[in-house]
Design a protein around this ligand. Structure first.
Ligand code: 5GP
Length: 179
């Protein structure tokens, strides 16, 4: 018998990735970050809301000194991208000369990053890299250099592990896909 479906609002979702599979993928990203940023002091810029859970797990595995700040953007309504990014909470820290690691829950069309990267670059950081929990290569509409991706997934709508469906599902430790 398959694992049970869950329901959020009007939609059913089936299990897709377990918390253990997610943890293993994050271990791999953390290993690379720890090697690449040894002796540096990066500034992790976490994109809320969805990035909170990935950021928590990733940053606990980061062994060097670092700083962590949060920004908040939104580009989604329901299960479809609006194609427009609204910046809700801006970055106030001085990023000039800093090694920035932008932490995202998921890169889908890339609209969010395509909007954020020039804004950050205008403030002259020493470097900017992207760390994302999930990446949907089939959806990407922009040329982006995505250096630290934990898991690539198909072009399906997923919830759990920080990701919501109209506000619900962010607390789930596993990831589910719409049936
Ligand atoms: P992009 O700007 O790359 O199209 O989308 C980025 C944002 O859209 C993500 O940070 C996330 O909030 C939302 N998003 C994209 N794909 C999904 C998905 O499959 N499930 C959920 N819940 N949100 C998604």
């Amino acid at each position: 018998m398959g694992q049970p479906l869950i329901t959020l609002h009007d939609k059913a979702f089936q299990p897709y990735l377990s918390a253990a599979e997610i943890a293993t993928a994050i271990d791999q990203v953390a290993l690379r970050l720890n090697a690449d940023y040894a002796g540096r002091q990066p500034l992790f810029v976490v994109v809320l809301t969805g990035g909170f859970m990935f950021a928590t797990d990733l940053l606990k595995r980061f062994t060097g000194n670092c700083e962590i700040v949060f920004i908040r953007v939104a580009s989604y309504e329901g299960t479809g991208s609006t194609g427009q990014v609204q910046e809700i909470m801006g970055l106030r820290e001085d990023v000039q000369g800093r090694d920035i690691i932008l932490v995202e829950d998921i890169v889908d069309t890339g609209t969010t990053l395509n909007h954020l990267l020039p804004t950050l670059q205008a403030n002259k950081p020493a470097s900017i890299e992207i760390a994302a929990m999930f990446f949907k290569p089939a959806s990407l509409r922009y040329q982006l250099d995505l250096k630290y991706i934990a898991l690539e997934i198909p072009n399906d709508f997923v919830v759990g592990y920080g990701l919501d469906y109209d506000g619900l599902g962010r607390n789930l430790p596993d990831v589910y896909v719409a049936v």
